[in-house]
Design a protein around this ligand. Structure first.
Ligand code: 5GP
Ligand code: MG
Ligand code: MG
Length: 183
């Protein structure tokens, strides 16, 4: 697929790469101040959070070990069911750790709400969430997300790690997917 055809699949660029990098720098400054003198572990949720983790972690001025978890919501519908299955678990024992979960997007919030409970049961000292994107109108559960990049409408978006059928993850910007792609 050529670049021009990929552009054709996008209805609108929502957040540009420049805006993302600037926002992650800003969030990293806040995180650095909030965790002064503490050791944190960054937990990325695969695969969508890969790009966020890469740029956010490099904006931090101190050591920030990373670990990764892969989960999938399953159930009859294509929407998140809140019933979560662990596909890849962490390598790290979270007991006593200050955990910062790094997420691409909070939609219904069901996956994250499950993850927060799961991490609490592992004895983490503190758990906070950083999400590049959030869809406030799609929320089914209230998630206390301390670090949010951008609040966006409910349209399905791709790029910067976010996929549709495993495609578009490598786009630099976040864009609304054109309806002709999935209809
Ligand atoms: P939640 O449990 O919050 O409903 O689902 C969160 C997950 O659904 C995200 O981590 C992401 O993988 C997927 N998701 C939700 N909204 C979008 C979207 O607009 N675009 C893409 N590509 N994935 C989304
Ligand atoms: Mg995610
Ligand atoms: Mg996906």
């Amino acid at each position: 697929m050529r670049a021009a055809e990929i552009q054709d699949d996008l209805a609108q660029i929502l957040v540009t790469e420049e805006e993302i990098i600037a926002k992650l720098d800003e969030l990293a400054t806040r995180v650095a101040a909030d965790y002064e003198g503490k050791e944190i572990i960054l937990v990325g949720v695969l695969k969508g959070a890969v790009m966020v983790m890469a740029d956010f972690a490099r904006a931090l001025p101190f050591h920030a070990p990373m670990d990764w978890m892969a989960v999938s919501s399953y159930g009859a519908s294509t929407k998140s069911s809140g019933v979560v299955q662990i596909r890849k678990d962490l390598d790290t024992d979270l007991n006593g750790k200050h955990v910062l979960i790094v997420e691409d997007i909070i939609d219904s919030g069901l996956t994250l709400s499950w993850l927060l409970e799961n991490f609490e049961s592992r004895g983490a000292e503190s758990i906070e969430v950083l999400a590049l994107l959030r869809k406030p109108e799609a929320a089914k559960v209230v998630i206390d997300c301390k670090y949010v990049g951008f609040d966006i409408p409910t349209d399905f978006v791709v790029g910067y790690g976010l996929d549709y059928d495993e495609r578009y993850r490598n786009l630099r910007d976040v864009a609304v997917l054109a309806p002709h792609v999935y209809s």
